[in-house]
Design a protein around this ligand. Structure first.
Ligand code: 5RP
Length: 220
């Protein structure tokens, strides 16, 4: 029987077909993104390099001898490849389980195509079972938490965790996200919120879903 890691590895390998020759690739963060980085290493002579969405991914890319560019030097990229914590058939996502949501959203926004890599357990009808990560400026923690409660969520501080940008994460439990585009915008308007983990306004363009029957491709 295939494990969750086997399914992640299969989608990571399938994603290589979406990487054009001679390009700079946007690279996500997490265990699936790590497998993609390992696949990218096999074709590193065919690409110029990568932009990383976290310090951890930058280190892994460099360890493979893949050049890491700053986003400002790279310009617009053809593809951004990353995992997700939950995804719907509309390719709306919850991300940020690894705490890299802000840089992920920035690098994704500078890429023409977002290729999302998930094992079958991540595909859901309604987002929100996975607690929604929100990156918050530390001094705004209590104020933001009160507003999240008013929106019907139960925020919990991610203990002992600081983002690459020096901020905290509030994980919001108990949300049933029926309108992710609206909620993403509403959360962005709370003072002190840096980024929320809903990726709905800019959804994925392609989902490669690892299933026991093979890799399935979804587009909108
Ligand atoms: C990190 C992320 C990851 O893409 C998400 O948490 C999925 O991780 P994994 O591939 O380890 O299941 O958003 O901030």
């Amino acid at each position: 029987m295939l494990s969750q890691d086997d399914l992640k590895r299969a989608v990571a390998a399938a994603a290589i077909a979406y990487v054009p020759a001679d390009c700079i690739v946007g690279v996500g963060t997490g265990s699936t993104a790590n497998m993609f980085i390992d696949e990218l290493a096999k074709i590193k002579h065919k690409i110029r390099g990568a932009v990383a969405s976290s310090e951890a991914s930058a280190k892994r890319l460099q360890a493979h001898g893949i050049e890491v560019f700053s986003l400002n030097d790279a310009g617009e990229m053809p593809v951004y490849v990353d995992g997700a914590d939950e995804i719907t058939r509309h390719l709306h996502m919850v991300k940020g389980g690894g705490g890299a949501l802000t840089r992920e959203k920035i690098v994704a926004s500078c890429s023409q195509k977002f290729i999302c890599l998930c094992d079958a357990s991540k595909l859901v009808d309604v987002l929100g079972k996975f607690p929604l990560p929100i990156e918050v400026i530390p001094m705004a923690r209590s104020g933001v938490a009160r507003q999240l409660i008013a929106l019907g969520g139960q925020p919990k501080l991610r203990e002992g965790f600081t983002t690459d940008n020096g901020n905290i994460i509030l994980d919001v439990h108990g949300l049933q996200i029926m309108n992710p585009v609206e909620l993403e915008s509403a959360l962005d308007h709370i003072a002190g919120v840096v980024t929320n983990g809903l990726f709905a306004r800019r959804a994925a363009d392609v989902l490669l879903l690892g299933t026991p029957e093979g890799v399935k491709t979804y587009t909108v």
